[in-house]
Design a protein around this ligand. Structure first.
Ligand code: MTE
Ligand code: MO
Length: 307
């Protein structure tokens, strides 16, 4: 299971993965199966193709690590709270509104993005991506697919994202720990970069609630908080949008939030990081190791000023 994305391992297809799991009769395999049924209450599996071009070859984190150590302030501010409170997120009749400076405004409902996304072709890709101290086999599609459908007008310079707002059910939203709903933003060219994906699943199944069900962003070269979960609205806008963490602590969290070991957070160095499940810290790489793909987006910018 943890070798899900290794290039030399050809058993990465979801069906083979499940068949193989079914025939391994060890107790470890059994407990994995039970655990996976617990975190994927919705047993619907997704069809997708592998995308090795944008996948890391590194060992993936386990399902248990990926689903029990999370940040999702709507479900509480402790790392285990999102798992404990996962059932408080109601994803029934979910709709995502796409609006703002676009020729085509539209809404997507869960079925649209889990089985018949309007492109009417299978666009789901499996990508192993290192982001926020874990390597996760995400299943998703490039945000650029959706941008092409929406057809931004010449005025659209940024995209603003909003998460679910449901203070009656979400324990974290009963207090104003953050400006709710959770908000994030990207410059349009960052959003169009092929590394930027909307994810709907991991390890072959729909996303567990604590990981941002039913749809969340993954921006691998930025700090974790840019990867907004449980998205309800995607708006194309002319001006740089507000983001929840920037509103909360503007000196600590800027709009760009590119992983950058040379620019410290005011309260801590960002030179080293710990991968979940590892003891030794690693050196943090510029743009989280994706410099070849994204450095051109920031050419000529003062990265200390635009942090
Ligand atoms: N809506 C929402 N999205 C969110 C957050 C949040 O609190 N609310 N936390 C962010 C932070 S700080 C991180 S590190 C990542 C964590 O994603 P993961 O739990 O799937 O690893 O989600 C990001 N997206
Ligand atoms: Mo984070």
């Amino acid at each position: 299971m943890s070798k899900y994305c290794l290039k030399e391992n050809n058993v990465t297809d979801e069906k083979l993965f499940h068949q193989r799991r079914a025939i391994i009769k060890s107790s470890i395999a059994f407990s994995l199966l039970t655990f996976s049924n617990l975190v994927f209450p919705n047993t619907k599996s997704l069809s997708f193709s592998k995308d090795l071009k944008y996948s890391t070859n590194e060992q993936t984190n386990t399902l248990k690590q990926i689903t029990s150590y999370n940040n999702f302030y709507e479900l509480g501010s402790g790392k285990r709270d999102p798992m404990i409170n996962a059932d408080k997120l109601n994803t029934n009749n979910w709709q995502v509104t796409i609006d703002g400076e676009v020729e085509n405004k539209f809404t997507l409902d869960t079925d649209d993005f889990t089985k018949k996304f309007p492109l009417e072709e299978r666009i789901y890709r499996l990508r192993c991506v290192e982001a926020w101290s874990m390597v996760v086999p995400w299943i998703g599609f490039e945000l650029n697919h959706l941008i092409k459908l929406a057809k931004p007008t010449y005025k659209a310079k940024y995209i603003s994202f909003e998460s679910v707002y449901d203070p009656e059910n979400l324990p974290g939203q009963k207090r104003d720990t953050l400006a709710w709903p959770y908000r994030e933003g990207l410059r349009l060219d960052e959003a169009r970069n092929p590394l930027t994906i909307l994810s709907v699943g991991l390890y072959g199944r729909l996303l567990p609630n604590q990981n941002g069900s039913p749809i969340r962003l993954i921006v691998p070269w930025k700090y974790g908080f840019k990867s907004i979960k449980s998205i309800k609205r995607i708006s194309f806008v002319e001006n740089m949008p507000d983001t929840s963490w920037n509103l909360e602590a503007p000196k600590e969290y800027g709009f760009y939030s590119n992983v950058n070991p040379y620019v410290s957070h005011p309260r801590w160095s960002q030179k080293r990081e710990r991968r979940i499940g590892e003891f030794r810290k690693r050196e943090t790489l510029m743009y989280n190791g994706y410099a070849d793909n994204v450095a051109h987006l920031y050419e000529g910018m003062d990265l200390k000023k635009y942090f």
